[in-house]
Design a binder for this molecule. Structure first.
Ligand SMILES: [Zn+2]
Length: 266
């Protein structure tokens, strides 16, 4: 029987994603850094807080975040574990509705405002069309998320960022898939006067052939696409019912592409 391994797009085995909250105007400078190094991220926005001159104007969304992901951070940034569940549902759905006026695509990501969550909220989110939600803290790990509704980053950017970046660059064992995930708030670089930290990190990890640079939802969609692949009983052919290509390696060969909507003999 063929031994099949999942790969990231392009046949890669390492992925990097970034996640920044609150939609403050410093996102402009952060996006510029990411774009110069080919790094992609997700920006979690509070649609009810637009209009404050410290926050981006929603009319900027299509241009500013082009190539990145816009995701929810609830309408008003409450500590949602203290709220009635219908209020949480409204905070999420109304945020999606407001953001989707500007994105043109379904907004399916969330990060928990104030890191606040509960088991009830985790069960509520898929019913509101949310596919993942990020918690706070640092895992110090490149492992894939086991529970997408308690998705913890590898590190906050103030937590050993360059050290983690060097360790990520050094990963070479292709029997694993790895993910490096960095989170924070763009205004922290201004508060701490350390924009150079993110410049240095992006120079360190950007532009590498062995890394897939993705948004948070692109990562989740890649994992979900693989689960939908339909393998023959003995793995000698596979059908890809997705609208996106998938990549696998067979018997430790070089990765191959399984084109969207096609059957491939392995
Ligand atoms: Zn926040």
């Amino acid at each position: 029987m063929n031994k099949v391994y999942q790969c990231y797009p392009g046949g890669k085995f390492k992925a990097l994603t970034m996640s920044y909250d609150d939609g403050r105007t410093f996102d402009r400078r952060l996006v510029d850094i990411f774009n110069r190094y080919g790094i992609k991220g997700t920006f979690h926005l509070n649609s009810g807080l637009f209009g404050d001159d410290k926050r981006i104007d929603p009319a900027e969304i299509p241009d500013l975040y082009r190539g990145h992901e816009v995701a929810c951070h609830t309408v008003t940034h409450p500590t949602i574990a203290r709220c009635p569940l219908p209020e949480v549902a409204e905070e999420v759905l109304a945020d999606r509705r407001a953001l989707e006026k500007y994105t043109g695509y379904p907004v399916r990501g969330l990060s928990y405002p104030n890191g606040s969550l509960s088991e009830d909220i985790e069960r509520l989110l898929p019913l509101c069309g949310i596919r993942y939600s990020r918690v706070v803290g640092s895992s110090d790990s490149f492992a894939l998320p086991e529970n997408p509704y308690r998705w913890q980053a590898t590190c906050h950017h103030k937590h050993r960022l360059l050290e983690h970046g060097e360790a990520f660059n050094a990963l070479f064992k292709k029997q694993y898939l790895y993910l490096m995930y960095v989170w924070g708030h763009s205004y922290e670089f201004d508060n701490d006067d350390n924009w150079q930290l993110m410049e240095d990190f992006c120079a360190l990890v950007g532009g590498r052939d062995d890394v897939w640079y993705c948004t948070n939802i692109e990562f989740m969609d890649c994992m979900d696409d693989f689960k939908r692949l339909q393998f023959a009983c003995d793995n000698n052919f596979v059908y890809n019912p997705n609208a996106r290509d998938c990549w696998i390696s067979v018997n430790d060969s070089d990765p191959i592409c399984i084109p969207a909507g096609r059957t491939v003999t392995l």
